[in-house]
Design a protein around this ligand. Structure first.
Ligand SMILES: Cc1cc2nc3c(=O)[nH]c(=O)nc-3n(C[C@H](O)[C@H](O)[C@H](O)COP(=O)(O)OP(=O)(O)OC[C@H]3O[C@@H](n4cnc5c(N)ncnc54)[C@H](O)[C@@H]3O)c2cc1C
Length: 346
């Protein structure tokens, strides 16, 4: 089986890894415009699926109970997948580690509760009175939980090395359409994130721009959220991500000084100790948000001269790092089903 995996972000690389685990003697070429500067590299990588998350495509969402179950399966599969990597590897090499911390709200208990995370992660409990003193401000509601962090700046190079060792070919190339693949491949897995908008003319994909600041603050051991718009997330080697920002339909890749100032002000109000630090890096990313749902779907493309069987997997919005393994597992199942039915037709 000759497969082109399109996309060098977390979805593409996870796809290549899972295909190798599942299908013996598979010939994989990973194709992407860029492997080093993707949206995935901007993410703090915390495993926190927002309450509004909804995974499956519309064929499945017509049955709300089934749809909810599939979303839950994807999230659980993803958590277990990363947890397994964390247990089996040295965290500083793979970039996957445990993390725990707090979310506080002034207005709503709903903000600090999360129906996807409660019951999934090892600890999710209301914050106790003394824990409110860890941050500044008059917070009314709070939760403490333990989860995982996947730093793509470490995780993707680790995966890349593993894939190269196992024979996956890497090709830096931009495709205008899926037809550009010609007749060289039996199947394609389309993991091009926001790039799928032009490639597949899928205008339900919208960018949600985000800006984050990186500081060095090795004394910060817990993550802190103030409502859902302010976060402080410690990563590796004392590096801490400050956020966040969400600008719908903006594709401006330049750092915005007003957003920088707003992030710094909100984070410093929450945790005054970060006043002592300087910004060491600033990153901008365009979250590949797809209206209503992620597209994990099989498609048969024919232009009269050639046929290509494609499985799409894009549109993960703000949750692509944490939900990658679950959606990829589903996409690989779709590929296997497609293969079985085309073999049966022969
Ligand atoms: C500020 C910010 C913070 C975030 N924090 C988190 C977080 O804490 N946890 C979390 O789970 N998620 C987070 N996210 C979301 C997460 O980053 C994305 O959901 C995820 O990276 C999407 O991965 P992807 O592989 O689909 O896309 P990308 O990482 O964008 O990769 C797409 C790949 O496709 C390639 N490509 C695109 N078009 C073409 C083409 N035409 N031809 C060839 N190649 C092409 C690109 O070069 C790239 O290699 C955050 C995002 C931002 C912006």
């Amino acid at each position: 089986m000759k497969i082109a995996v399109l996309g060098g972000g977390v979805i593409g690389l996870t796809t290549a890894a899972m295909l190798q685990e599942e299908i013996p003697n598979i010939d994989i070429t990973l194709i992407a415009s860029d492997f080093a500067n993707t949206t995935s590299h901007v993410a703090a990588g915390i495993f926190r699926v927002g309450s509004s998350y909804s995974g499956p495509n519309e064929k499945l969402t017509r049955k709300p109970l089934l749809s909810k179950q599939i979303s839950r399966d994807w999230i659980k599969y993803s958590y277990d997948y990363y947890d397994n990597i964390k247990k089996k590897t040295d965290s500083s090499s793979s970039g996957v580690k445990d993390i725990s911390g707090y979310i506080f709200s002034k207005n709503s208990l709903k903000i600090v509760e999360n129906h996807w995370m409660q019951g999934l992660v090892p600890i999710y409990r209301p914050a106790i009175e003394e824990e409110f003193d860890l941050v500044q401000g008059e917070w009314k509601y709070g939760s403490y939980y333990q989860t995982l962090l996947t730093d793509c700046g470490i995780y993707l190079p680790w995966l890349t090395n593993k894939l190269k060792r196992n024979g996956v070919k890497f090709q830096e190339r931009t495709l205008n359409t899926l037809g550009d693949l010609g007749v060289d491949y039996d199947y394609a897995m389309n993991c091009t994130g926001l790039g799928a908008r032009e490639m597949c003319k899928d205008y339900r994909l919208v960018s949600i721009r985000g800006q984050v600041l990186k500081i060095k603050a090795p004394w910060i051991k817990f993550f802190f959220y103030g409502e859902l718009d302010t976060y402080i997330i410690p990563g590796f080697d004392g590096s801490v991500t400050l956020g966040g920002s969400r600008s719908y339909d903006s594709e401006n890749l330049q750092p915005c000084p007003y957003e920088r100032a707003a992030i710094l002000e909100r984070c410093t109000n929450l945790l005054p100790s970060i006043k002592e630090t300087n910004i060491v890096k600033e990153k901008i990313g365009l979250r590949p948000h797809r209206e209503n749902n992620i597209r994990v779907e099989a498609e048969f493309l024919s232009n009269g001269l050639s046929n290509l069987k494609v499985v799409h997997n894009y549109g993960h919005g703000g949750y692509g790092v944490c939900t990658a393994p679950g959606t990829v597992n589903y996409a690989v199942k779709l590929l296997k089903d497609m293969h079985k039915s085309s073999v049966a037709k022969l």
